[in-house]
Design a protein around this ligand. Sequence first.
Ligand code: FES
Length: 218
Amino acid sequence: MPDNPQRRFEADLALDPRIDSPGREGLTGTTRADVYAPRRDPVDVTVAPDGRPMEEQPKWRRDFAIDWPEDHHVARRDFTKFLVLTSGAFAAGQGWIAVQSLVRKRRPAPERKRIASLAALTPGAVVAFDYPGEHDPCLLIRTREGELVAYSQKCTHLACAVVPRVDEGVLHCPCHEGYFDLATGRNIAGPPPRPLPAIELAIEGDDVYAVAVQLRST
Ligand code: FES
């Protein structure tokens, strides 16, 4: 505002007193319309350190927020990035599962392994063996009815060793009181979620062989 009274008077004369002048619709008094123009809160205005408008700023400065309004754009951008990354991770996970299942299908069948002499397996007999690898404990059991069954000894809950109770017709897991049916290997009580993997057997003369592992989901 000019200090000189004459200049101030002239400046006042320049004010548009008309109520219907553009931008003053509905307002009273003689103040210029831009006095009433809504002002943006300074905190909402993006000002780069060098003072130039954002359109003239380098891309990196436009991409990375330096104040609050720009931060809204970054939040949207981050959300989009998050969606893209999580979708990508999900797709990669599915691909990994597919590859694993393909590899498992193409894996050669394990070699058969002699476990015991048939003549030595009287009803109630239990023979421990490892199959297909040396760290895969299994049990061969002759039930009271004379059937030969064999299962992985690792509980399908948390891999504790199951203990056969031939007289009761069950395999018991002492860790969390899980039970499996001796004749079928199915989980019948407690936390185990799946049946025990069954070991396929073959009998040749007096020899009992393990020939394959059957993974079962139900
Ligand atoms: S580990 Fe067998 S019931 Fe939990």
